[in-house]
Write a protein that binds this ligand. Structure first.
Ligand SMILES: NC(=O)c1ccc[n+]([C@@H]2O[C@H](COP(=O)([O-])OP(=O)(O)OC[C@H]3O[C@@H](n4cnc5c(N)ncnc54)[C@H](O)[C@@H]3O)[C@@H](O)[C@H]2O)c1
Length: 157
């Protein structure tokens, strides 16, 4: 069985690749190297069960063949990186999360409807905030729910 690890050339992702391979899994690591490094997975280059692909998972995600698990570890991981890559951090936490959940659902891999629903709500919130920002209105994000609604609200001022 094969696992997909996003952020596979990062600190946690590369160690997860090691562990999955040690347990007999095939592993496809996807990483755009924004904060990671190929050197983190260089020791796996001769392993026939391991493949690394340079890929931005905030872009549409297509993976051929069977997938048993999808592990989403791609993201800038520290406050200095969040400030250096603010839009990329937002996208990988929202859009890429949707792509990885869609991949899990498509492949009937591990993932849950609850997580997919939460990710869809977050993506909706981010899209509404971006629309307000593009319209020149600073957005204020709140987790408060409108009366009678299950959706978090976004307000522009
Ligand atoms: N390191 C920790 O102690 C720790 C603790 C708790 C949570 N986390 C979380 O775990 C995740 C990974 O942390 P890390 O320490 O391994 O960080 P890291 O920066 O070493 O690894 C993240 C990897 O994701 C890749 N990446 C980022 N955006 C991408 C994109 N759009 N497409 C493809 N690849 C992308 C980066 O290039 C990098 O290789 C982060 O979400 C982090 O917040 C880390």
């Amino acid at each position: 069985m094969r696992a997909v690890v996003t952020g596979g050339a990062g600190f946690l992702g590369s160690h997860l690749c090691d562990r999955l391979l040690a347990e007999g899994w095939e592993v496809l690591a996807l990483d755009n190297l924004i904060t990671g490094s190929e050197s983190n997975v260089a020791h796996l280059s001769g392993n026939a069960k391991f493949r690394y692909e340079k890929k931005d998972v905030s872009e549409p995600l297509r993976v051929a063949g069977e997938v048993g698990y999808v592990f989403h570890f791609a993201s800038p991981a520290s406050p200095p990186d969040y400030l250096k890559f603010p839009i990329e951090t937002l996208k990988v936490g929202s859009i890429a999360t949707m792509h990885t959940l869609d991949l899990a659902l498509e492949k009937k891999a591990k993932g849950s409807d609850k997580e997919a629903k939460e990710a869809k709500d977050t993506l909706d919130l981010v899209n509404r905030a971006l629309a307000l920002l593009r319209a020149g209105k600073p957005a204020r994000l709140t987790e408060r729910k409108k009366p009678g609604s299950t959706q978090p609200s976004t307000s522009g001022r």
